[in-house]
Every structure is written in C-alpha cells, then in structure tokens.
Design a protein around this ligand. Sequence first.
Ligand SMILES: Nc1ncnc2c1ncn2[C@@H]1O[C@H](COP(=O)(O)OP(=O)(O)OP(=O)(O)O)[C@@H](O)[C@H]1O
Length: 469
Amino acid sequence: MEWGQMTLEQWGDLQTQLYETVGENNYRNWIEPLEFRGIEDSGIAVFHAPTNFFGSYVSQNFGDLLLAQMSRRDPDVRRLAFRVGQGDSSAERRPSAAAEAQPQMQQDARSEPRSESRRSSDILPSAPLDARFTFDGFVVGKPNELAHAAARRVAEGGQVTFNPLFLYGGVGLGKTHLMHAIAWELRARMPELNVLYLSAEQFMYRFVQALREKRMMDFKELFRSVDVLMVDDVQFIAGKDSTQEEFFHTFNALVDQNKQIVISADRAPDEIKDLENRIRSRLQSGLVVDLHPTDYELRLGILQSKVDSYRNLYPGLHIEDGVLEFLAHRISTNVRVLEGALTRLFAFASLVGKPITMDLVQDSLADVLRASERKISIEEIQRKVAEHYNIRLSDMIGPKRVRVFARPRQVAMYLCKQLTRRSLPEIGRRFGGRDHTTVMHGVKRIEELRHQDGQIDEDIELLRRALEA
Ligand SMILES: Nc1ncnc2c1ncn2[C@@H]1O[C@H](COP(=O)(O)OP(=O)(O)OP(=O)(O)O)[C@@H](O)[C@H]1O
C-alpha cells in the first residue's frame, strides 16, 4: 500500500478532536478501538476494526464526521474502509475493480466497511440461486408486469427508493424466480455488494442455531452487514415470536442503514395471521406488489419460451399446432404445473420418438389434465339452471312435479351427470332426496330432447359454457 499524506501522528491529533466532538463514552467505545492503518493511493482511509459489526456501527454513526475531519486534513481521502482480520492491508484487500468502476457504489460506500472477510461466502452464505431463474427467463404479462418492473428497479442497485420491496402471490406464480433474478443481476452488476438471499425458514434456523451456540453477537453482526437482504416466504415466521423479534431488529437496522430489503410471501402483509403488528406495518412501509394469477396469454408466452429453451435438448422434436394453446387453456392453476406438464411431454415424445400431438397430450398428461379440471359443484349447477329458467332454487329441489319446475330440474340433473363425478344416488340425494332411478330417467329424457328440441339443446350448451367458464 502506498501511503497518503496523513500520518499516524496526525491521526492522533484528529482523535483528540473527535474526543471533544463525540464525547467521552462514544470515544472510548467506538473511536479508540479503531486502529488507523493508513491511506491507500485510491483515497481510501483504512481502519482496522475489532469486528464487522463494530466497523459497521462506526461507519453508520460516525462515518460522516470521520470522513469530513480526515478529508479536511488530507483532501485525497475520499472514502473510509473498516476491515477486520490480521495483518497489513494488502493488495487483495482493496475494493474490487468493479467497485471502483461503479461511481454510485463509491458514493454509497463512502463511509462503509467493505472488508474481504465481510464478503467472504463462508461467513455469510446465501442460499443457492437457481441458474434458470433470471430476468431473461422471466416472461412478462399483464398479471406480473408491476412486480417485474419493481424487481428490475431493485436489481439496478441504484438509490434505494422503496424499502422493503414486498412481493406476494399464490403458489408457483414466480416470486422465487423474481427474487433470484434480482440477486443474479446484482451480483453481475455489483459483485462487491453483499447480497444475501434466504428463506424465512433458513433465517429462523440460523437464529436458533446462533442461540444454541451462544453466538448471537455474530448472528446480529452478520445480518446487519449485508447490503441487500432478501427473505423468501416470510409468512413462515408468523406465530414464531422470538424469530419475529429478531427479524424485526434486523429489518430496522438495515433500513436505518439504507440497505435494500426484498421480501416475498404467499399473501399480503395484512392477510398474514399471527404476525406482529409492528412487523406488518414495517412490511407495508415500502412497495407492496402482487403477482396476479396468470392469464391465458401469459401462460401461452411462458410455454413458448420454455419450448424455445427445450429446442437444444430435443432438437427436431415437432409440436403439433394447437397443443400449447390447449395446455395454456386447460392448466391454469400455477406455472410450476404448466412447466412440469411440458417437461413430461417432451420427455415422453422423445422416448417414443414421436411428435407432440394432441393424442400424446391426452395419453401422457391424463392425470394432470384431470387434476386441473375445474371442479363444478351440484349447487353451482342448480343455481345457474334455476337462474336461467327464472325459477326459485327451492322449487327446483322441492317436490312440485309441474313441467315448469320438472324440466329445469331434469336439465340440472343432466348437467350434474355430465359435468361432475357424482354418482346417480348422490345426485338424487342433492335434489331433495330423490331416488337414483328418477335421476336416470331425467338424464335420459334430456338426452332425447336434445335431439328433438333445438331450444333445449341451445339452453344446455349455454349453461355448460357458463359453468365451465
Ligand atoms: N413469468 C414467468 N416466466 C417464466 N417462468 C415462470 C414465470 N412465473 C413462474 N415461472 C416458473 O414457475 C415455477 C414456479 O415459480 P416460483 O418458484 O418462482 O414460484 P413461487 O411464486 O415462489 O411459488 P411458491 O409459493 O410455491 O414458492 C418456476 O420454475 C418459475 O421459473
């Protein structure tokens, strides 16, 4: 290291001044234990701090003052660095080239500790990131465009504008994918940032482990020294009092330091039961965005993008027109199921050496298609049919046998047979305790009428479509 102009002696003078400015207690606790190492030629004043937490605290609370006083004496001083560990600062302890190349980061890091040990992955391992979960692999549509835009903004790593970013949505809608994409992007753009991604469950596990091993100071220090904290599935900590407490303190400490936090959950903060109110309100204090259930266009887009990525794996595999549209229409539950179906189709087709046709879809995905069928209930059918024929529900189910009630009743029975998996006796029971032979007769009668009476046929088609919508 080349030393700047400031000498140890001058540091001694400065300490006396700091003593007067910060007061005896602060001075003894926070300034005196610092060891001045010198000034690197890049204008970084380097201090040795006893621990990362210590460095972080000094940086946060006295960094501006220290920097102002130092740069008054030596205009070359532009930043402070608090490092832990043994030995002299050496070349490998300098901020990385990437950090130097990032003007924004330099400004952020002005008074921050950026030691190698702080970045060391064995001290603060992030949960592994899935290589497929990048922004490139994320298909944007109406239901997720806001969440995607917010995630992009955070991934730029600029000034923290909303804190935390809270992403929520139902199962398999892309929360984890977006979180990983943010982490990948930040790592690529700013490798010097300490980005920690983990699930709320892992947070709890580490907390409990720290308690058990009596290493709470280390735990606090580690979590307070990250630059970006990302916690997935935060609903997990609901009802777990001490984990919530610790999460709350970690959260506050990082927000106070203007460090970005990204949280995901399966529901909105005010819908998470057994969450302390103070945490709930913290989680709501930034930007809360939800991933809406996918629509047909988004599902089709996702399928098309997955097919593109499969092209290398299965070259020459042909997909019949209409297959993707059919899947996007039929599998509307979640993207994970949709992806799984496509993977299975490709594997199946390549095994049997055939193109992906509608027949192959029916053969290889029968269970998935069955499971994703919308379940239509007997009550729903009865209600819709009663509405359609403008009669009361009680008359449809009741004993009256006049045609104005009997015909709609038979139509409803017929639809129950067609659209549900209920047995004839079960259907009979739900129509005022009628016998299964009555149901059978009704279903037969409607089958006949569909051939003879265009109006009935049309009514049934209309009702079926409304019920399946
Ligand atoms: N818009 C999208 N574009 C591409 N892939 C997507 C999209 N949304 C979801 N996926 C994929 O769907 C799968 C499930 O997504 P992810 O794991 O992110 O869901 P999640 O919302 O975190 O669900 P969970 O609540 O179950 O954890 C992943 O393989 C992901 O890549």
